[in-house]
Design a protein around this ligand. Structure first.
Ligand code: NAD
Ligand code: UDP
Length: 330
């Protein structure tokens, strides 16, 4: 049994991770400023003696004792991370320094949540971990992409200079229950639009691709990466099945049996054209590969949003879409 800090623990991925750590017997300290996270994601854990919640912003130093740290704090949807871009950069830079400093003082192993976005709009396909990326340092996504790149650099330099035990997971698009229905990400937008009988907002012609990983698979890979001693190199975790946004819209409509129509809207500026992980490293070091199919994962996610529709006020808000100035014409 270990004491584990999870920053961003009230968010989508963090709350699933905490459930898994608690179930295997660990004590968990959830640190979150509730910017995009929700108390509802962790409400079932309040009162559990293995669980503690600290409302805290990682841009400020944190003093707790722990054996391991998962650093997930950072808004993840383009709409959320572009809402206050300077804060997004501070979270990934100043915040990551603070969390690495905590790891150094406690001699705790730290896993940092990086992203496929560090590859930008990739020119190499599928993306291997040794690809350096094709990233705009000034575009609307740069606050997130460059923040995550500096965070990776901080991790390797704390490892080299101070011997901090670091792990870096490069997460590709992950979806599942507890994604905020209004955060503007494609899976939550499409499902909630279809459940509401609204038009499905496909940006551009819908030929751009993503590779969607179900949350249970992702969390399995994340814990395996933290607990192995083979590598400190970054590891891609994602599902290598590539899907276009048009195909995703059609699949969601089919699974829900919705009457919604597909409409095309302007493509956000610098929207990556193709994205697909090479997961050879994950297979080699973690003996990991995803198990949940897109249809099965989407069905679980649809069930979650149906339940939310019947019980929760946040569902009644409308889905976020990109602001016109951050888009390019279709
Ligand atoms: P999320 O927005 O649901 O969770 C992020 C959490 O971090 C929220 O609870 C938020 O309140 C908290 N947070 C943000 N800034 C903070 C700060 N300064 N101090 C303390 N807490 C803060 O997003 P998610 O999908 O759960 O993503 C979790 C992590 O995984 C993020 O670091 C994200 O960049 C990374 N990631 C996610 C995906 C994905 O597809 N879900 C893909 C790539 C990377
Ligand atoms: N997208 C879309 N309609 C939406 C939301 C997103 O077509 O309502 C597209 C978006 O342009 C991108 C893809 O879906 O090509 C994934 O977007 P998301 O915001 O989920 O994450 P990203 O991978 O771009 O960070």
């Amino acid at each position: 049994m270990a004491t584990i800090v999870v920053t961003g623990g009230a968010g989508f991925l963090g709350s699933h991770l905490i459930d898994r750590l608690i179930a295997r017997g660990d004590d968990v300290v959830c640190v979150d400023n509730l910017f995009t996270g929700r108390k509802d994601n962790i409400r079932h854990l309040i009162g559990n003696p293995q669980f503690e919640f600290i409302r805290h912003d990682i841009v400020n130093p944190l003093y707790v004792e722990c054996d391991q740290i998962y650093n997930l704090a950072c808004p993840a949807s383009p709409v959320s991370y572009q809402y206050n871009p300077i804060k997004t950069i501070k979270t990934s830079s100043v915040g990551t320094v603070n969390v690495l400093g905590l790891a150094k003082r406690c001699q705790a192993r730290i896993l940092h949540a990086s992203t496929s976005e560090i590859y930008g709009d990739p020119e190499v396909h599928p993306q291997t971990e040794d690809y350096w990326g094709h990233v705009s340092s000034t575009g609307p996504r740069s606050c997130y992409d460059e923040g995550k790149r500096v965070a990776e650099s901080l991790c390797v330099n704390y490892h080299r200079s101070h011997g901090v035990e670091t792990r870096i997971i490069r997460i590709f698009n992950t979806y599942g229950p507890r994604m905020d229905p209004n955060d503007g990400r494609v899976v939550s937008n499409f499902i909630n639009q279809a459940l509401r009988g609204q038009d499905i907002s496909v940006y551009g012609d819908g030929s751009q691709t993503r590779s969607f990983c179900f949350v249970d698979d992702l969390i399995d890979g994340m814990i395996r990466l933290m607990d192995q001693d083979e590598t400190t190199e970054p590891v891609n975790i994602g599902n290598p099945v590539e899907t276009s946004m048009l195909e995703l819209a059609q699949t969601v409509i089919g699974l829900i049996g919705s009457q919604s129509e597909i409409v095309h809207m302007p493509l956000p500026k610098d929207d990556p054209t193709r994205r697909c992980p090479d997961i050879t490293r994950a297979k080699t070091y973690l003996d990991w590969e995803p198990r949940v199919s897109l249809a099965s994962g989407l069905s679980s996610t649809i069930d979650y949003y149906r339940q939310l529709r019947d019980t929760d006020d946040i569902w009644t808000n409308s889905s976020h879409q990109h602001e016109p100035e951050a888009t390019v014409p279709v």
